[in-house]
Design a protein around this ligand. Structure first.
Ligand code: RFL
Ligand code: PHB
Length: 389
């Protein structure tokens, strides 16, 4: 088989890239290790920046988000038992949309089906070859048969655990990493959200987050130990812990119910530099990870794809390599700013095992400053709604 761009991974990065390339008339094939249902079953991001929503619309996958997405003009921060609202709209003129990653993935998959794009699910043992020359190839096995895809470029959109980044010789790549000593225990339930906006909670027992997927479906998280397992978290234990971290009003208004899904996510900051190696590009979680506190992972994946799709379109339609040559530098400039914001939000709101009472006093002083200074609140709001591309 031959294609112009071989895309590894059918997560949001790979699917979005596939649809944007299709719009520019660039032929592409997506190779995904898992089944479509498995990819759709992963409950992850919920907060979408305006830039991401615009890009989905450009890819022809933005109608439902526009209809069903919940526009949030602000969010609340709770500490010392009180909630404080940060008004994004007033401070920045912008808002975010709450719309689940599963729905984004579904919309992109439907779009791909409608445009006849080729996705090979359950592609086993994907391997990348010759991307340092002019004729890269990707090999994989499907139903026991070996296949080869010859292409002009490879887009590594296969997430943190994927093969693309690991195919680069270690002497050509530098990685930066911080692993946090805790995780997030997340629970999805068919219950109305405790508040109509998100609540980020700083508490002596640890961080918690109240989010949602719709007016009848809630997504909650509580900070848990790094090596913790969902088996240790009965629904009852989860609700009790969330209640203990909520303010009195939240405790009174929280509606609990059986969980539909529970997962524990470890927290990590990670960046690989550069993001281009000859004819291989990395994008999304394959190149960088942020802790979810700033709601930036999916949005960063989208901005990478914005730069990459433009670069490839320039290459094919204008015969210019400027976009391709500048991809890594442009993408990384935005990545590092989102890394900083996510690291800062994580440090501000979580309980750290090693910083003691002094560390907690510093967090409270910064939180009080944040909710009393318009400049400090604006800095948070600007980053949360998304820095410009
Ligand atoms: P993905 O979604 O990991 O998709 C990669 C795909 O590649 C496939 N794959 C392979 N395919 C072929 N061959 C191989 N060898 C392969 N290895 C892997 C995988 O099966 C998969 O289908 O990466 P992508 O597309 O870059 O998308 C990134 C986002 O999924 C991620 O950044 C976000 O989910 C992060 N995130 C959030 N981001 C936000 O912008 N806003 C949020 O509110 C938000 N909340 C979150 C989050 C992530 C979380 N977890 C669980 C890590 C909340 C949580 C709890
Ligand atoms: C979510 O709804 O899953 C969500 C929202 C905000 C975050 C992280 C996750 O910061």
């Amino acid at each position: 088989m031959r294609t112009q761009v071989a895309i590894i991974g059918a997560g949001p990065s790979g699917l979005l890239l596939g649809q944007l390339l299709h719009k520019h008339g660039i032929d592409n094939v997506i190779l995904e290790a898992r089944t479509g249902d498995y990819v759709l079953g992963r409950v992850r991001a919920g907060v979408v920046e305006k830039g991401t929503a615009d890009l989905l619309a450009e890819a022809g996958a933005g109608d439902r988000l526009k209809r069903e997405g919940l526009v949030h003009d602000g969010a609340e921060i709770s500490f010392s038992g009180e909630r404080h609202r940060i008004d994004f709209r007033e401070l920045t003129g912008k808002a975010v949309v709450v719309y689940g990653q599963t729905e984004i993935t579904r919309d992109l998959m439907d779009g791909r089906k409608a445009t006849g794009g080729k996705t090979i699910y359950e592609a086993a043992d994907v391997s990348l070859h010759d991307f340092d020359g002019n004729n890269p190839k990707v090999r994989y096995r499907k139903d026991g048969v070996e296949h080869e895809v010859a292409c002009d470029f490879i887009a590594g959109c296969d997430g943190y655990h994927g093969i693309s980044r690991r195919s680069v010789p270690s002497s050509s790549i530098k990685t930066f990493e911080r692993v946090y000593p805790f995780g997030w225990m997340g629970l999805l339930s068919e219950t109305p959200p405790v508040s109509h906006e998100l609540i980020y909670i700083h508490h002596t027992r640890g961080f918690a987050l109240c989010s949602m997927r719709s007016p009848t479906r809630s997504r909650y998280y509580v900070q848990c130990d790094a090596g913790d397992m969902t088996e240790n978290w009965s629904d009852q234990r989860f609700w009790d812990e969330l209640k203990a971290r909520l303010d009195q009003k939240g405790r009174d208004e929280l509606v609990t119910g059986p969980s539909i899904e529970k997962t524990i996510a470890p927290l990590r900051s990670f960046v690989a530099e550069p993001m281009r190696f000859g004819r291989l590009f990395l994008a999304g979680d394959a190149a960088h990870i942020v802790p979810p506190t700033g709601a930036k992972g999916l949005n960063l994946a989208a901005s990478d794809i914005h730069y990459l799709s433009k670069a490839l379109a320039e290459h094919y339609t204008e015969k210019s390599s400027a976009g391709i040559d500048g991809y890594s530098t442009r993408a990384l400039a935005r990545v590092w700013k989102a890394e900083r914001f996510s690291w800062w939000m994580t440090g501000l709101l979580h309980k750290f095992p090693d910083t003691g009472e002094f560390g907690e006093k510093m967090q409270l002083a910064e939180l009080e400053y944040l909710v009393s200074s318009k400049s400090a609140a604006t800095a948070l709001a600007e980053n949360y709604v998304g820095l410009p591309y």
